[in-house]
Design a protein around this ligand. Structure first.
Ligand SMILES: *[C@@H]1O[C@H](CO)[C@@H](O)[C@H](O)[C@H]1NC(C)=O
Ligand SMILES: *[C@@H]1O[C@H](CO)[C@@H](O)[C@H](O)[C@H]1NC(C)=O
Length: 344
């Protein structure tokens, strides 16, 4: 077998390490137009709000197709944390409302043993058969109607569940919220805010605006934000990022460009995921406008260009020619000698 052998003055020092490098697997990136259709995007998040209690914190998602998910609950866990950052309790969002005292029936009277419960929605029923069996459901019906719930202590469901008490109990606490959102693969946003939000005359309004507290603190730390699964070499630029709120009002915004990425390992196993880049902006309240609650927005948009990474073995010959080129071009004054000879 004929092969090229390099003789270099510093052969032992320079050639061997470089040859070793090129004999490894390399990952070749490639750019193509993303022609995939109808896929969904999974957003994995883990965010800590040290000064916003869990009972206040809600998560909404919206996309440009008009699909709205107000106060998302599926696949999301909230952890109550104290001022020192210790976890007090972890609960799946929307589950575990306490049931005390027999509830008031929609058509009057307390619930009897042989009846099924159907609570009043206090005027916000969508149809005659509609029931609101928890404070959460009353708030949701109000939200759907575009009404703000101003006095939850007048609502039987909320009174029974100690909704206001819960808010008071959690007063000085923080909240860690984590889980994932499955969204359409189109531009959209998701945001964290105190209280429930709803659309009213094309404006985004929150139901807690009307009662008590004059301000909320949405200082936060992003422990993790990823669009899709892990793959080798991925860097999620928001992991570990922290922001501290200085003023009473305003909105913190992240603008995210998502780049679809396919990683194919040496065995042909594919990981469909995404990378992203981000810019940040704090939008303070404009003078003369109605004050709004502070919020944290994540706006995302998708790149039409997809990156594919492919792990490849470098051929034996290839692994030799590259160092040779390297020597020819970079060896400078060194005496370089290339010769042909029998090699094994
Ligand atoms: C429930 O029980 C009460 C008294 O025992 C009775 O008057 C009423 O008709 C029952 N209601 C239903 C829905 O069965
Ligand atoms: C909000 O909370 C953070 C963390 O607890 C604190 O450092 C910051 O000063 C608070 N901001 C306001 C405006 O109260």
């Amino acid at each position: 077998m004929c092969c090229i052998v390099i003789c270099c003055l510093v052969l032992d020092m320079c050639f061997i390490p470089i040859a070793g490098l090129y004999l490894h697997v390399v990952t070749e990136p490639e750019l193509v137009v993303d022609i995939s259709r109808g896929e969904t995007l999974r957003i994995n998040f883990d965010v800590t709000f040290p000064a916003l209690p869990c009972s206040m914190l809600s998560l909404d998602a919206m996309d440009i197709s008009g699909e709205q998910h107000l106060d998302v609950k599926h696949d999301i866990i909230k952890k109550r944390i104290d001022v020192h950052g210790n976890v007090i309790e972890a609960r799946q969002v929307g589950i575990g409302a306490p049931k005390i005292e027999t509830p008031l029936q929609r058509h009057g009277g307390r619930l009897e043993h042989n009846e099924t419960y159907c609570g009043s929605c206090y005027g916000a029923e969508a149809s005659d058969e509609d029931c609101c069996n928890s404070c959460e459901e009353v708030r949701e019906s109000y939200q759907k109607k575009g009404w703000g719930l101003s006095n939850p202590d007048l609502i039987d469901q909320c009174k029974r569940e100690g909704f206001l008490q819960r808010i008071k109990d959690e007063e000085s606490e923080g909240c860690n919220i984590y889980g994932f959102l499955e969204v359409n693969k189109v531009a959209g946003n998701f945001h964290f805010a105190p209280g429930k939000s709803f659309q009213q005359l094309n404006m985004h309004v929150h139901d807690l605006l009307a009662f008590q507290k004059d301000s909320f603190n949405v200082s936060h730390k992003i422990n993790r934000l990823a669009f899709g699964d892990y793959f080798p070499g991925v860097v999620n630029p928001l992991d570990g990022v922290q922001w501290t709120q200085q003023t009473t009002y305003g909105m913190y915004q992240y603008f995210i460009k998502v780049v679809p990425t396919v990683y194919t390992d040496i065995n042909g196993h594919k990981i469909q995921s995404n990378q992203f880049s981000v810019t940040e902006h704090f939008k303070s309240d404009e003078v003369g406008r109605a004050q709004s609650l502070p919020e944290v927005f994540f706006f995302y948009d998708l790149s039409p260009i997809k990156v594919t990474f492919r792990e490849q073995h470098v051929s034996f010959l290839h692994s030799f020619t590259l160092p040779i080129l390297h020597f020819l071009f970079f060896s400078g004054d060194h005496h370089v000698l290339i010769s042909s000879s029998e090699y094994l």
